[in-house]
Design a protein around this ligand. Sequence first.
Ligand code: 4AZ
Length: 253
Amino acid sequence: VVGGALSAVERHPWMAAVFSRSARGRAFTCGGSLISPCWVLTAAHCFPDGTKTSIHKLSVFVGRNAINETDAQREQEFRVSELFIHEHFDNTDGNYNHDIALLKIRSPDGRCAKESSSVKTVCIPEAHQSLSVGTSCEVTGYGREQEGLWYYSQYLREAKVNLLSQDVCSSKAYYGNMITDNMLCAGSPDWSADACKGDSGGPLVCRVRDRVFLFGVVSWGEGCSRQFRPGVYTKVSNYYNWILEKTGLSSLS
Ligand code: 4AZ
């Protein structure tokens, strides 16, 4: 996150961190959001091997403030028992269309996430619900604090960004025809705040009548905090029924 502030997982208790085990140990891979005790929503592009991804190499933490420090008091660790990548995820145009995936999580003793002050689920907006242009939302993540840095943030950070209209975001001065109806754009008016590398998969949340909803999944952008290059997010409300179908849950709000 660029141009934001230090957060605290208690402020965004649905925040999940996805790690993947490699020859060189455990590597932070992506952010995610806890949408029900057993399910984390993230981005499809976090899994470049697609459906061939070895789920046994994945682990998911919730309730964690730092990516490189354990916090036994707060955190809960899980393995992944199922991975659903959206069937129509497509990057042939370089724009990550349908950039959404679900992880089913389970602890070594077969449990799902347990609610606490640092671990809670986030609401999913109803199918095709949209908010008005200019709505202030928040993006969180452990990603870079500046585009040019080579390292991620050590601690969870948050920034306020405003929703942009589809027309503006797909105008020539912005992203043109890269923006599909499955995406939404958000940025700060002075381009000072944005998601950045390492924030992918993580939440863009907006408060509606005192409840917090997951409206976006960090997906892509040209660089970070560049003028006329807002952050692009997967439009979660388009996937309400897809999420119900894959999780088998009967409601999400
Ligand atoms: C990335 O590479 C990335 N400024 C994520 C978000 C944005 C840019 C890049 C948005 O993961």
